[in-house]
Write a protein that binds this ligand. Structure first.
Ligand code: UD1
Length: 324
């Protein structure tokens, strides 16, 4: 069976490609390399340089494909507030172009990278799939818009989809096969790694006066390989079942302070952190219920404890050992 991964050179995409290849799938990758790194695409995959916005690029990459895992998207919530058009054009417009190309090629299985950002501020915890969807930034809105179009117009046209709502993806391939870290990261764990290896002098902790156990924000970090495994299970399930939408999180909440403490232990580095004000739009706590994913897919997490997450990242971020 052959799967196309759009955005397969990106942080999550390159891990999904590895997991598919390891499990014996044939894999094509379509990526415009605006964010991803060519070196992170395993050489067993066939690589197409191109954009989902271009039907000709889609046509080439879709040749002989049975299912599509669509991960090509911009994901910086802050940037989406400043430049919503970029998100509308690429995330929504690009997805619709890709879906049109899939229909032209008679391909009907679609796994979509959605996000916990569709929920907005949590109204209760843990957040399950029945939680109201009220995104608080254009990025989350683009994910919700696509989910809506999949439910309505594309289901009618025969597309069977799995919408996977990721919580906070982190970690790197345990075998160290994804070597190039994300450029200019926005998320906490890569920023902590950059403060540990000296790429940046320090990091800011956005608030320590939340109603959480130590005052800092709590999130549900999920190892990217655990996340990747869920994509394979989703593709397989779509072969015989109808569309579904699931959360993918570890159901554990770790605070910024706990992340820092563990990172200092694992790396042996001081990691300088300054407490600053809260970041607008940040909820105090966001933790998933992933019961539905467990029941539907038989999915479970293996690497999503904080120490495994951070050790797998440090293998990539740690400075090269001096040679004498
Ligand atoms: C981010 C995205 C969100 C997306 C989610 C999962 C933003 C603003 N939000 O969520 O849309 O759905 O990833 O992909 O990009 N923190 C610091 N200092 C930093 C960076 C972060 O203290 O320099 C704190 C935050 O306040 C938060 C936690 O660390 O409490 C995690 O932040 P982050 O990694 O940015 O993820 P989210 O904001 O949860």
């Amino acid at each position: 069976m052959k799967v196309l991964v759009t955005g397969g050179a990106g942080y999550i995409g390159s891990h999904v490609v590895l997991e598919l290849l390891d499990q014996g799938f044939d894999v094509s990758v379509l990526d415009d390399l605006s964010m991803g790194a060519r070196e992170n695409v395993d050489e067993r995959a066939e690589f197409f340089l191109g954009s989902i916005l271009n039907p000709e690029d889609n046509a080439k990459a879709l040749e002989g494909v049975d299912a599509v895992i669509h991960m090509a998207a911009f994901k910086a919530a802050g940037e989406s507030v400043e430049n919503p058009e970029k998100y509308e054009k690429n995330n929504v417009g690009g997805t619709l172009t890709l879906l049109g190309s899939m229909l032209d090629h008679g391909i009907h299985r679609f796994v979509f990278s959605s996000s916990a950002a569709v929920y907005g501020d949590p109204q209760y915890l843990p957040v399950d799939e029945k939680h109201p969807v009220v995104p608080i930034n254009p990025y989350g809105q683009t994910k919700l818009d696509i989910e809506g179009k999949l439910e309505n117009s594309y289901s009618d046209r025969g597309i069977r989809f799995a919408s996977l709502r990721y919580f906070n993806a982190a970690g790197y391939d345990i075998l160290g096969r994804v070597r190039i870290p994300e450029a200019a990261p926005n998320n906490l764990l890569p920023i902590v790694m950059e403060a540990a290896n000296g790429t940046r002098a320090s990091l800011d902790v956005f608030g320590n006066d939340y109603e959480t156990r130590d005052g800092t924000g709590v999130r549900d970090y999920i190892h990217v390989t655990d996340l990747a495994k869920a994509h394979i299970l989703a593709v397989e399930r779509l072969e015989k079942s109808s569309s579904f939408t699931i959360n993918l999180g570890s159901e554990k909440g770790y605070s910024v302070q706990e992340v820092l403490d563990t990172a200092r232990t694992v790396t042996g580095m001081p990691i300088l952190a300054n407490i600053t004000g809260r970041r607008p739009g940040d909820p105090p706590k966001l933790v998933a219920s992933s019961q539905k994913a467990k029941e539907l897919l038989g999915w479970s997490t293996k690497h999503s404890d904080l120490e495994s997450l951070i050790s797998s990242m440090w293998e990539i971020y740690k400075p090269a050992e001096a040679t004498f």
